[in-house]
Write a protein that binds this ligand. Sequence first.
Ligand code: HEM
Length: 485
Amino acid sequence: MADHPFSGSSHLAGHCPMSGLAVAPNGCPVSPKAADFDPFESAYQLDPPEALRWSRDQEPVFYSPKLGYWVVSRYADVKEIFRNNQIFSPAIALEKITPVSQKAQDTLKRYDYAMNRTLVNEDEPAHMERRRALMESFTLDELKHHEPMLQSLTQEYLDRIIDNGEADLVDEMLWEIPLTVALNFLGIPEEDMDTLRKYSIAHTVNTWGRPSTEEQVAVAEAVGNFWQYAGKVLEKMRQDPSGHGWMKYAIRKQKELPEVVTDSYLHSMMMAGIVAAHETTAHASANMFRLLLENREVWEDICDNPTLIPNAVEECLRYSGSVAAWRRIATTDTRIGDTEIPEGSKLLIISASANHDDRHFENPDDLDIYRDNTTDHLTFGYGAHQCMGKNLARMEMRIFLEAFTRRLPQLELVPNQTFTFVPNTSFRGPEHLWVRWDQGQNPERRDPGILERIRTFTIGAPAPHDSARPVRVAMWQSRPKVWSA
Ligand code: HEM
């Protein structure tokens, strides 16, 4: 990068003395739109891809002075940054995006809070060694163990609401089932669910949100408690690490590979793992139901043909994923497209925007469950760090969708509800999702056999042939018919 006039320049943004405009750390002026960008404001919170449309079209890499990050919005750039984890290190993935007040720092210190490297924020070669050592729990055979529990939990939660005619799906189901699954997957006892629920939101706000100075202390208290709780559970598990559960497996592996699976890793992962496995999937499921019910014809297609479920889940992950943005830091002076990026630059890579980039996805703003490149979405990241739990998340979402389309095909959104989101850059899903249905129309009242006719799916990404698009063929002297190609 030596040929660039700004390489090696100060990384601090400033103001141009000639124009008064803000200047990015590479010395280029910041455009007015880039200067205005604020991911904590409603435009981004409500619809991240729409809020970044101008950027995809005009300025795909820009410096946000309000955030102190470079923002990247196009598919090819976001994918390349995910792929190249040497130049774009994930070390800041769990760093607090909003600088913390001294008081909040002191609070965290009181709890000996020491969140450190896990997997998602670990550099090579340590990352890959650890990832390989801990992969076992994510193999297809291991994931199969979770399926019966997930099926029965889903039926049980649905039984509780099926005759009510109205429900907040988040409060009454989509928050708790992924939490139970996450705790089971990690091998954690279920007794502290309610406390954990509060804690994990605090972790999200602490890491990816912008709490006010007063809120910071309350958040730090919850995070400190969460940290200590994680430590206690870990100690309990150490006494008997036998049986299923990813954390138990990791404790066993530590005996074999103590320098790969460290104490610090175990404690940090105990906390980060709950959020990684829980909130992501809960939000993704809520986004999926909202999206499908807003697109009635798609919902009805799935009710008529449940083989479409794996593809529908994938398209919802593309269209409205629960992880909207992720972070990387440049380890050297580099370039993204035409933009020079100095070493040490922090990057907010907006996968939600990449997933709506028409340079990669045709008509990206159409919800198209027959799309043949849906699985190219970047909601699970890409490359060496790509989400390890993606097939567990897919399994959960498919089971939810299968159960609802079979038992409540008449489900609809309660009209005119306002969707709210916990303000943060990365984790995205409505806090509440009100749905209603006419209980008199429940199919199982006419045909109880429907309860047994559960459809299951092969674990993993949907295969391309699953997405065969129906072809409308105009028959001679007859009305158009729908055929499956
Ligand atoms: C819809 C649900 C989920 C979404 C959208 C999601 C998204 C992500 C993303 C964006 C990353 C970072 C990828 C990268 O840096 O390239 C990640 C990493 C990870 N996720 Fe997920 N995740 C989900 C569910 C889960 C579940 C259920 C688990 C655990 C059971 C899990 C465990 C992990 C782990 C361990 C990593 C770190 C992998 C590594 O750095 O090697 N995730 N996830």
